[in-house]
Ligand binder design. Structure first.
Ligand SMILES: [Zn+2]
Ligand SMILES: [Zn+2]
Length: 274
């Protein structure tokens, strides 16, 4: 399984010169499975380039490309209107969020709303591709063509889901937009237990976190603590704060490595093979 980071930033894009190493686009990753099939997690502004790359590479998966969402805050859906493959009538997407009991009663209405005329010139169903919307039971382990998918609800304003994805005995866990509270949330530790790669929210420094209670995010120190408690192989710090430039993120990466050695801060364009 291969993971490529197209958007690493949280909250809002930051196209500034001292943000190019870690990247300014909001959350979006591409999963490439051993079968050659792909799936996408989150549709932040990084999905624009992801779509362009798929077209440029002549990617041949036209049926059932899964776009899984952690949740529907802007930084996780705002790139979708600029995702060119969704304008291709030969393509079919399954847009999914891992919880039928989630407050987002209709995922489709949320996607349609951000493309209403007040916000965007082309409506969702004028794009061209075929969309199915799927909100599976978060407590079930879903088997999608040999890929095992498990979701866990995260503590985040409005709700969010973390995902564990397994193929051929390798596992990645995507866990962003999570606030732990005074103690590490054991549901996150369970989801991440002994995974090969943990992608975890690391928006704040421990000091910043003190002033951001209720904002729904973690510190890099908490990400390291989860990695340690869950005995994960490798940690990727993700959802970088828009106020943290490259120099600052390098410092965070170094600090985090002194606590959990096998850590890397997500960089736009970075690919990890597991
Ligand atoms: Zn976010
Ligand atoms: Zn959020």
């Amino acid at each position: 399984m291969k993971i490529t980071f197209y958007g690493t930033r949280g909250s809002i894009p930051v196209p500034e010169p001292d943000y190019v190493e870690f990247g300014g686009n909001t959350a979006c990753i591409l999963l490439t499975f051993n079968t050659g099939r792909i799936a996408i997690i989150d549709a932040g502004t990084g999905i624009r380039k992801l779509g362009n790359d798929l077209i440029e590479q002549g990617h041949q998966q036209f049926d059932d490309i899964v776009l899984g969402l952690s949740h529907t805050h802007w930084d996780h859906i705002q790139g979708f209107p600029f995702f060119k493959p969704a304008y291709d009538s030969r393509r079919h997407f399954t847009i999914s969020i891992g919880g039928r009991d989630h407050t987002n009663a209709s995922l489709e209405s949320i996607f349609a709303a951000q493309m209403e005329q007040e916000y965007f010139p082309i409506p969702l169903h004028g794009m061209g591709a075929r969309f199915d919307f799927w909100q599976p039971d978060p407590n079930a382990v879903n088997d999608l063509r040999g890929i095992k998918l498990k979701a866990t609800e995260l503590n985040h304003p409005g709700g969010a889901f973390g995902y564990r994805i397994e193929e051929d005995g390798k596992s990645i866990v995507y866990c962003t937009d999570v606030e732990h509270g005074p103690e590490i949330d054991q549901r996150v530790v369970e989801l991440a237990f002994e995974c090969d790669l943990l992608i975890h929210d690391a928006q704040y420094t421990p000091a910043e976190l003190n002033d951001k209670k209720g904002w729904g995010h973690s510190s890099w120190e908490q990400a390291a603590e989860v990695a340690d408690l869950a005995k994960v192989e490798r940690l990727v710090l993700f959802h970088h704060d828009p106020e943290h430039n490259d120099a600052f993120l390098k410092m965070i990466e170094k600090d985090c490595r002194s606590v959990f050695r096998n850590t890397v801060s997500a960089r736009e364009g970075m690919t990890i093979d597991i």
